[in-house]
Design a protein around this ligand. Sequence first.
Ligand SMILES: [Zn+2]
Length: 421
Amino acid sequence: MVPMSAASRATRRAPPRRLGNTTKSAARAAGDAESLPSSTHSARNTTAAGQGGDAATAGRIARYELQETAARALGEGARVGVCLKCLRPGEAGVKVLYSPARGSAHYGGLMVCGSVWVCPVCAAKISERRRVELTAAVEAWRARGGVVLIAAYTFAHGPRDALSGALGRFLAAQRALTSHKGYKRLLSRHGVLGTVKALEVTWGEANGWHPHTHTLMFLDGAGGVDVDAFQAELYGLWAGCAARQGLMMDSVHGVKVQSTWGAVYDYVQKWGHAPTRRVWDAADELTKAHSKRDRLGERYTPFDLLRSVADVGDAEHLQLFREYAVAFKGRRQLVWSAGLRAAVGLVDEQTDAEIAAEEVDEAVTLAVLGREEWAAVVACRGRAQLLEVARSGDAGLVAGLVESMRERAFPGGGGESRPPP
Ligand SMILES: [Zn+2]
């Protein structure tokens, strides 16, 4: 069985490596309106990280950069390719909006893809909302004397297993478990009144794709709980349901239940946070043998794979990301059991698309960009940078930056007749 906290740390920890190129360019671009990156390549090789931007700024800009990589990886027809780039039908221009209450900025009038799986920008927005809800749910439950357990479900897998087949069998086994009479009896005996299931996946060179779920179980807490006994019974049920789908358990895979408040709280606090580590950069190329050995034991999240593609064009990771995108399309990331949200005081659940498309109510419009201006911003890969400037709330700064991007993208004017590079 895999220790849950170790597994989740493995997917999120930041190894002691140097910061890579996207982070550097992101931090630099945030603080330097004049040095617009016109391509990923030119955005590299410059000043060190941290100048003019904090980690949050760098993270926001890196997400837009990574979104460009996702769009290229998935090619024409992928919705992530139009996300926050193309105007919604009927919109005349792109609004640059500023929220004084939040000190944040965002765009209005653009299409959004709403994909929590392949779009780093939408995923950040959706995951943050869901994380806040998860935190509120476990805190509310605990405040009324309830207990929350966390169960991590896995199965044995190998480096050659295709993701879509394994994922399909894994989710079928999970469905079989939750409708199993023995499972329902186990939950009822322990006063489990609701569950939230989170679907996750990592990939590692040694063992391939690792789809897994974490299920938060909300117990009334009245009778106490013998976690070892609970886990042993759950393990038997899970192993049986998995075996019927052709999935096996081994010494490290099965189900692991944790009951400490620290483990539960740690999980929900970190849930959905994109790791900021670099996995493989140009400097690693110089010591490839060593790094290859190092990364044998590493687990990559899908966005780690994408970063590897962005940094060094790793062809294997590109294929893996494409395989993942197909396998996860349309899957639900979080599943709340009926009635639990209401029981912890949460409103009805919004879909991923609804959260991604939501705009802040009290926002101020700093600028409305026409098609040519917006084309220049997109061509300069300046969407994130423009938002960073808009966070100042200063319409003059926004106009100045847009104008400089327009001159850069379309020197001498005539943007309509000269398509962006
Ligand atoms: Zn998106």
